[in-house]
Design a protein around this ligand. Structure first.
Ligand code: KE4
Length: 429
């Protein structure tokens, strides 16, 4: 593969953009190579500025569940844009989006649109604190809820990738109100609730963790969090920015049949445009201005382009869609398992629906941050490069997930499985 133009553009970008990127994980730092600059994408394929085309397993970190540049999504954006791009005033599209989300996610009775997952989670904890009149929040090591100050403590995703799980710039006074528990460890949660008796506003959790690599909740974890929230009178927030509309129409809460008090959403609901959202019961959500005292606002919140793109995507997510996506996901998973066996590779695969992570590890299971942080990062970096050279574009970090789209064809799946086998064989030589 020739990366000449990407390397040149990265040098230029670093002169004018911190680290040359507008989001750290894009810099390819943990995979020891220069990032590729993208020129276009369509369906399951993505093409860089050197003309190299790859099968895309990043899907813009989740949003592109239908694949790239879907004709109907482009049509919706173009038709909406022809009428204007932003008004700073209510539109029917926002009501339609709210009605659609409410129809898909039973725990949501009212929903507020924002412009990113970070805005959604920041707003959700402010709402929880305002509604409960309590100050502490509990999060889990390795969970990533965006770059809001309260969350950059033991954070996953790019923070974990770069070894910056606790960021400078977050004040001690802010950090002290964020309590850290261990994922899949209910005792660690109850200890914090007892120690901070009746002062915890909310527990926020990735119901399926996708930011320390994919880590699944064990069978009692989410139900246990629901029970602890009720017992100790705090709210339960499911951060479904990644899992919402991906694992099922109503995300992880449908898949595991556990209902949170507040749900945060993002990614898929914008169809590739900047969108976030948070929703819950009418009682909780009506605490938000202008009805209630908790303030949150946004110039471009609910903007018509993102609403029309997102609605076009959500309207295609019916049960047949998820059945088709599961067939794709299962066949990739099985092919990778067969390759691990045939190449005698020490690795663990975690998958839920169309989210999957391959961990290079001697461990038999990866169930939390401590397990994930021990995986072989160097081996992953070599694997990433071997796959990229074969035309497979993976998330450039061992602490992220592959996201499958419905645009993946059988030839894409076959090519991925074959490239995966070749890469594992080369790693084992
Ligand atoms: P954004 O602010 O990036 O839209 O959403 C933050 C966020 C919140 N909650 C969860 C569960 C998330 O996964 C995210 C963002 N996900 C990362 C990928 N792991 C975004 C990629 C990036 O930071 O560039």
């Amino acid at each position: 593969m020739d990366f000449t133009k990407s390397i040149k553009e990265f040098k230029l970008a670093q002169e004018v953009i911190p680290g040359g990127v507008n989001s750290p994980v894009r810099a390819f730092k943990s995979v020891n190579c220069s990032p590729i600059f993208i020129s276009k994408a369509k369906g399951s394929k993505i093409t860089d500025i050197d003309g190299n085309t790859y099968i895309d397993f990043v899907s813009s970190w989740g949003p592109m569940i239908l694949g790239h540049a879907h004709d109907d999504v482009l049509k919706a954006i173009n038709e909406t844009a022809a009428r204007g791009t932003s008004y700073g005033a209510p539109t029917i599209l926002e009501t339609q989006m709210a009605e659609k989300i409410i129809s898909m996610i039973p725990s949501i009775e009212k929903v507020r649109m924002v412009n990113s997952g970070t805005e959604a989670t920041m707003s959700a904890i402010r709402l929880a604190r305002g509604y409960t009149n309590k100050e502490y929040i509990i999060k889990f090591s390795g969970n990533y809820h965006g770059h809001g100050d309260s969350f950059l403590i033991k954070a996953g995703s790019g923070a974990m990738t770069l070894g910056l799980p606790d960021s400078p710039g977050v004040t001690k006074n802010t950090a002290k109100d964020t309590l850290i528990a261990n994922y899949n460890d209910l005792k660690s949660v109850e200890r914090l609730l007892i120690d901070h008796n009746n002062k915890v506003a909310a527990i926020i959790v990735e119901p399926v963790a996708g930011n320390m690599g994919l880590v699944l909740p064990n069978n009692e974890f989410l139900k246990g969090l629901r029970e602890l929230s009720d017992k100790y009178n705090c709210l339960l927030i499911f951060d479904e920015v990644m899992t919402g509309f991906r694992l099922a129409r109503a995300g992880a809460q449908e898949y595991y049949n556990v209902l949170p008090d507040i749900t945060t959403l993002g990614k898929i609901i914008g169809g590739g445009l900047p969108v976030g959202a948070y929703g819950g019961s009418k009682e909780i959500m009506d605490f938000l201005a202008p009805n209630g005292p908790v303030y949150q606002a946004g110039t471009l919140s609910g903007n018509p382009l993102a609403m029309s793109a997102g609605l076009t995507v959500l309207n295609k997510l019916d049960n047949n869609f998820y059945e088709k996506l599961e067939i794709i996901s299962k066949s990739i998973h099985q092919g990778m398992l067969d390759n691990i066996t045939s190449t005698k590779t020490k690795a663990v695969i975690n998958r839920n629906g169309s989210m999957l992570t391959l961990f290079f590890t001697d461990k038999k299971e990866i169930n939390n941050y401590e397990d994930a942080i021990c995986c072989d990062k160097e081996k992953f970096a070599n694997y990433f490069q071997l796959m990229l050279d074969q035309g497979i574009y993976l998330p450039p970090s061992p602490y992220e997930c592959l996201f499958f789209s419905s645009a993946l064809e059988k030839e894409d799946i076959d090519k991925f499985i074959n490239a995966n086998k070749i890469a594992l064989e080369k790693l084992n030589t």
